[in-house]
Design a protein around this ligand. Structure first.
Ligand code: S3P
Length: 171
């Protein structure tokens, strides 16, 4: 990767339910890079699920764990695909300096169509649809500003991979 971007750390961002987990696996496989998931890193550190962290503590505590993980990834030289929780680029204002940030853009309505009950149950901030829509609206501009590249996450996985690879070849 050329030197205009911080390193070959690929940071995938996007709202809850945009498909980061699934897409990150496919992308990491294709790019032959290891995959890390910030929510899984937080769960491992806390020895609790995301749902339990919110229930036993609060969102502020979750954000403090997330900030520690963000700082750790920022310092690390590990080339990898990093799938992030939906709030990661919103709360970590240095996200653009970590690596190449790719935002998965998707309408809120499509997320709602795709999410099933078990997916909703895992996400404390998606319990109320109106609140989730307000959160989505409030974050949209920042998601776009805090990314180097955006992909249309309603496309097929193959098209998204090609679009990311075309971008990576240019930088
Ligand atoms: C959050 C998104 C979740 C998880 C936590 C908070 C958010 O990750 O990090 O529940 O603030 O948008 P997903 O985007 O993987 O659902």
């Amino acid at each position: 990767m050329a030197s205009s971007l911080p390193s070959d750390k690929i940071i995938l961002t996007g709202f809850m339910g945009c498909g980061k987990s699934f897409f990150s696996k496919k992308l990491a496989d294709d790019l032959k890079l290891p995959l890390f998931d910030t929510d899984s890193m937080i769960e491992k550190k806390a020895e609790l699920s995301i749902k339990e962290i919110f229930a036993r503590y609060d969102e502020a505590y979750f954000r403090s764990l997330e900030a520690d993980i963000a700082a750790f990834i920022h310092k690390s030289n590990q080339s990898a695909v990093y799938a992030t929780g939906g709030g990661f680029p919103i709360y970590y204002d240095q996200v653009l300096k970590i690596g190449t940030v790719i935002y998965m853009d998707i309408p809120f309505e499509t997320i709602v169509e795709r999410m099933d009950k078990s997916e909703i149950a895992k996400r404390p901030l998606f319990q109320d649809l109106d609140q989730a829509k307000k959160l989505y609206d409030s974050r949209l501009t920042l998601y776009k500003e805090r990314s180097h590249f955006q992909i249309d996450a309603t496309q097929s996985i193959e098209d998204m991979i090609q679009s990311v690879k075309a971008f990576l070849r240019k930088i």
